[in-house]
Write a protein that binds this ligand. Structure first.
Ligand code: XMP
Length: 315
């Protein structure tokens, strides 16, 4: 595919479709929605409003990276919604993984809906649907959806016209389009990240204390992977924290603190995965750095399970 041609054609088509009206987009910081935002902003500039819902379950630095790029490099309206507290309140005492996923998904739509209601004249909704999403959902046999669409989860009387500029692209082309549009490499090459974010990596009930530990440990892992030049070798790598403590020994005294799990996998399509064999030196360095820098962690465990029988995520 000629990506430059695709970008030029898309910008022209979006300009024609949206005209002098306005569009709204739910920006997650993931590759698809970021590329979509960059593309549509080149077409209609400040007539695009991106809504980024910060549910507090993003990785360290993620919100700032999105704000930096979309405030400084693109001419869009960016609304960042501080929703950490309302998500934490909804998730209090919830331990069941499926229930957590459901609450996070529903609350996300509710926040987006509230922001949408505050805006007028936004007749178009931009979505970063890509070809694989359509194939995977088994819908439409590859045909285009009707452009007038009631968006799942939004009130029935809200009719948006849907704009899905990436529907014919596969992931590699989406990344290429992102590069063509000038998105920074860390955003374009981003590893897969689950919709419910760190919510499914902070196992059992999500608490602020464990979420903070998780973010710090994940940040150290990402930093070490980058320093070792392994970002593109490991398909997905992350940290999970369980909801129990273990015994350790710190400064000659008994400690009762958290273990954390490190997971690194290689995969083609996430349906199956093989655990990644980090070098022994890497694992030693990582473990020491995490326990030195995060006093609440006294044990670092590396996951050596393929999918199947495990899944990539823990919940
Ligand atoms: P599992 O854990 O099922 O994950 O082996 C397979 C891949 O999907 C990602 N994942 C999600 N992606 N929404 C997403 O968009 C989700 O709810 C979700 N849950 C898991 C996971 O990170 C892995 O890449």
């Amino acid at each position: 595919m000629d990506i430059k041609q695709f970008v030029d054609d898309s910008i022209r088509n979006i300009k024609q479709t949206v005209g002098d009206k306005k569009a709204i987009l739910a920006l997650s910081g993931g590759v698809d929605s970021s590329v979509c935002a960059a593309l549509v902003s080149q077409a209609i500039g400040s007539h695009l409003t991106c809504v980024f819902v910060d549910h507090g379950l993003m990785r360290k630095g993620e919100r700032e990276a999105v704000e930096d790029v979309f405030n400084n490099e693109f001419d869009v309206n960016l609304i960042v919604v501080d929703a950490q507290e309302r998500f934490m309140t909804k998730l209090k005492n919830i331990e069941d993984p499926e229930e957590k996923r459901k609450i996070i998904g529903e609350e996300f739509i509710r926040v987006f809906e509230e922001e949408q209601a505050k805006l007028s004249d936004h007749d178009f909704l931009v979505q970063g649907t890509i070809a694989a999403d359509i194939e995977e959902s088994g819908k439409e046999g590859g045909k285009l959806v009707k452009s007038h669409h009631n968006v799942g989860g939004l009130p029935e009387d809200v009719n948006f016209e849907l704009v899905e500029p990436l529907r014919e692209l596969y992931k590699a082309d989406v990344r290429a389009a992102g590069r063509e549009l000038g998105l920074p490499e860390p955003m374009v090459a981003r590893q897969p990240f689950p919709g419910p974010g760190l919510g499914v990596r902070c196992l059992g009930e999500i608490t602020e204390e464990r979420l903070e530990i998780l973010k710090e440990a994940d940040y150290i892992l990402r930093d070490e992977v980058a320093k070792a030049g392994l970002e593109y070798d490991v398909w997905q790598y992350f940290v999970a924290i369980p909801d129990f403590k273990v015994v350790g020994k710190v400064n000659d005294e008994r400690a009762f603190a958290y273990p954390i799990f490190i997971r690194g996998v290689i995969s083609e399509d996430a349906k199956e995965a093989t655990w990644y064999g980090f070098e022994e030196d890497f694992l030693r360095r990582l473990s020491k750095k995490i326990t030195d820098q995060i006093p609440q962690v006294v044990r670092v465990l590396y996951d050596i399970t393929d999918k199947p029988p495990a899944t990539i995520e823990y919940e």
